[in-house]
Structure formats: structure tokens, C-alpha cells
Design a protein around this ligand. Structure first.
Ligand code: KDO
Length: 333
């Protein structure tokens, strides 16, 4: 079928007008660029793309950038504070680099499970912590995301290195994320921590640059760390979480209805991602064993007492506001 020249020109013109219209409309929408090192298939990313984005699409253009392609791990909060980014999936460990008291939410064996995380995030005890982040960093924390129970994942097989207690990790070169709070956790586990960005971990395991890493089972699978490791000791040393973070300046520029909608969208995305991540944690032990990894429980009580003892005598605990640890524990089981 041939289209007359006139008609083709008209079609072309209307298409470019439509594009202009779309891009102009997009320009009317609030731009929400999110940068994260998580992959697009990570349950937190899927929840942001499938739940958060559509829920705010009337007034905002959600633009996720996964795998650290826009900003490197640990640089996102400063990018938001300087107005170069609107959103991130941040962590207590990253916030602790600005405000040491945030390390209480990154301490091993404190948060008990996903339900405890939500109760803590919504409790009044969090108000001063959230206010400091807003007042001093210009970042608003919208909702808690469940990352999962962090486990010790090693290149050595169990026959080569049977992990029972922290003593068994002595001398093990364990990759931990770069901040002080993470490095401290690595030492509290008994290992020698090596700071490294998430995007470098697979290659470091593959080449033997590190002996292991720690992450929840869904991450071990999503990042394919199981391809280059041989065991997982189920220490569950940190029930880890992230926070959906939004520039306070952008939030404050929204109408009250938009503020309510963006908050509700974040909560809905966090709830969706949490359910998906919990389901994956249940099913992945068998998956990883089928891939040939030794997956087993060490002496968790020995790890818990060693880690808690390390924290209680630490500079981190000295920064924790009086009564906060007790208030967190009171919200648990
Ligand atoms: C990691 O670097 O091990 C970590 O799990 C730290 C988390 O706070 C978070 O940044 C996470 O990486 C990324 O979202 C990738 O899963």
C-alpha cells in the first residue's frame, strides 16, 4: 500500500506534534529520577517500576536508573542534597556516614524481621532520626523496604571451611559495602572486611580478590553470586532494610494531594517488594542447594553474642540516643 506524499508528510507532522505534546506533557510532570545499584530484576526495583511509577504517573515522571548507571553506590544522598537527583533507595549505613546515631538501625541482630522493621519505621522513636535527615540533608524518607536477612556467602566449600562460630571467619577476606558501619559489622562477624561497591562484587568473587560477601539470599541469586561461590552460612546477622528517599525540596514543591499520593505510592511499593522478597527468601535455600552450594546454619547464638558484644562496647553505641535500643526491642517479639 502506498501512502501519498501529502499524507505521509501529514502523518509525520502529527507524529512529531504528538511527540512534542508528550515530551511537553512530560516536561509539565515532576521529574523523579531514582538512582540505585540494585538491578532492574531485584524485587525492590520491580516494586518501584510496577507499583510506584504508575501510582504517581498523573503528576510525576518516574525515571529509574538501575545498576549504579547514574550515580555510584553511596553517592546518591549527596546527589539529592545538591539537586542533581530526586530519589534513591538509601540505607541506615549510608545515613550513618552523615549521622552516626543512624548506625543503631544497621547494628547486627537488632531488627528481628520485616514486621519489626515496619513497626520501628512507623514508631515515634523514628521521628527525630527522620527530622535530622530532612533538616540537614534535605531528604525525606517515605517508606521502609525489606532487603532481607544477610548471610555469609563464601567461595570456599563447607568441606574447605566449615563456619560454626565467628572464630571460623578469622582471616577471611569478606567484602562489605564501603561505609564504616558496614566495615564494623564485618569485623563483628569475626572476618577481615574489604570495602567494595556492590557492582564490583561478582568479579571480585570470580577472581578470588575476596573470599566472600554478605547479602540476603534473593540478592545472591539476583546478582548470580552463586555462580562464583560454594557455600552460605545462614548467620542472619542483619535483617537489612532500605528506605525510599525523596528530595525534600521536590516533596515540598508538591500539592498536599501529590504529597499524599507520592507517600502512599512509596508505601504500596515497599509493601509489594517486601512480600515478594519474603517469598523469595523462603524458596531460595532449595534453589541454591540445587545449584550445588552448601547452605547450612552455623552456631547463630555464638554469632549473635559476639556481634552484640562488639557493638555494645563500640563508638557506634555511644552515638545511640538514650532509650532508643530499648524502644526498638520493645516493638519486637
Ligand atoms: C550491598 O552493597 O551489599 C548492599 O546490599 C547494601 C544495601 O544497602 C543496598 O545498597 C544493596 O547493596 C543494593 O541495593 C544492591 O542490592
Amino acid at each position: 500500500m502506498t501512502i501519498s506524499l501529502t499524507r505521509r508528510v501529514l502523518l509525520g507532522a502529527s507524529a512529531s506534534l504528538a511527540l512534542l505534546g508528550t515530551s511537553a506533557m512530560a516536561q509539565d510532570k515532576i521529574q523523579l529520577r531514582l538512582s540505585s545499584v540494585s538491578s532492574e530484576t531485584d524485587q525492590r526495583s520491580v516494586a518501584m517500576t510496577e507499583v510506584f511509577g504508575p501510582a504517581v504517573s498523573d503528576f510525576a515522571s518516574f525515571e529509574p536508573h538501575w545498576n549504579g548507571t547514574l550515580f555510584g553506590q553511596g553517592t546518591e544522598l549527596e546527589a539529592i542534597a545538591s539537586g542533581d537527583l530526586e530519589m534513591s533507595i538509601t540505607s541506615a549505613q549510608e545515613l550513618a556516614t552523615f549521622f552516626p546515631e543512624w548506625s543503631i538501625f544497621a547494628a547486627g541482630y537488632v531488627l528481628q524481621d520485616a514486621e519489626h522493621q515496619v513497626a520501628v519505621f512507623n514508631d515515634a522513636l523514628m521521628d527525630p532520626f527522620k527530622k535530622t535527615v530532612e533538616d540537614e540533608l534535605g531528604v525525606r524518607l517515605l517508606a521502609p523496604m525489606y532487603l532481607g536477612r544477610r548471610q555469609v556467602n563464601l567461595r570456599q566449600s563447607r568441606a574447605e571451611l566449615d563456619v560454626k562460630t565467628p572464630d571460623d571467619l578469622s582471616g577471611v577476606n569478606l567484602r562489605m559495602p564501603g561505609s564504616d558501619a558496614w566495615q564494623f559489622l564485618g569485623r563483628a562477624l569475626g572476618a577481615n572486611p574489604t570495602p567494595m561497591a556492590f557492582t564490583e562484587v561478582y568479579t571480585a568473587l570470580q577472581t578470588g580478590a575476596v573470599d566472600g560477601q554478605d547479602n540476603p539470599l534473593p540478592t545472591v541469586v539476583d546478582a548470580k553470586f552463586y555462580e562464583v561461590t560454594k557455600q552460605i552460612a545462614l548467620t542472619s546477622h542483619l535483617v537489612d532494610w532500605n528506605f525510599i528517599a525523596l528530595s525534600s525540596e521536590v516533596y515540598n514543591s508538591m500539592t498536599p494531594e501529590q504529597q499524599e499520593a507520592v507517600t502512599a505510592a512509596a508505601v504500596a511499593a515497599a509493601d509489594s517488594g517486601r512480600a515478594a522478597q519474603l517469598a523469595k527468601e523462603e524458596e531460595l535455600v532449595a534453589f541454591l542447594q540445587d545449584k550445588g552450594l552448601d547452605v547450612y546454619e552455623p552456631d547463630v547464638a555464638a554469632f549473635r553474642s559476639h556481634v552484640q558484644e562488639a557493638y555494645l562496647g563500640s563508638e557506634f553505641a555511644a552515638s545511640w540516643p538514650e532509650g532508643t535500643l530499648e524502644a526498638i526491642n520493645a516493638l519486637g517479639k
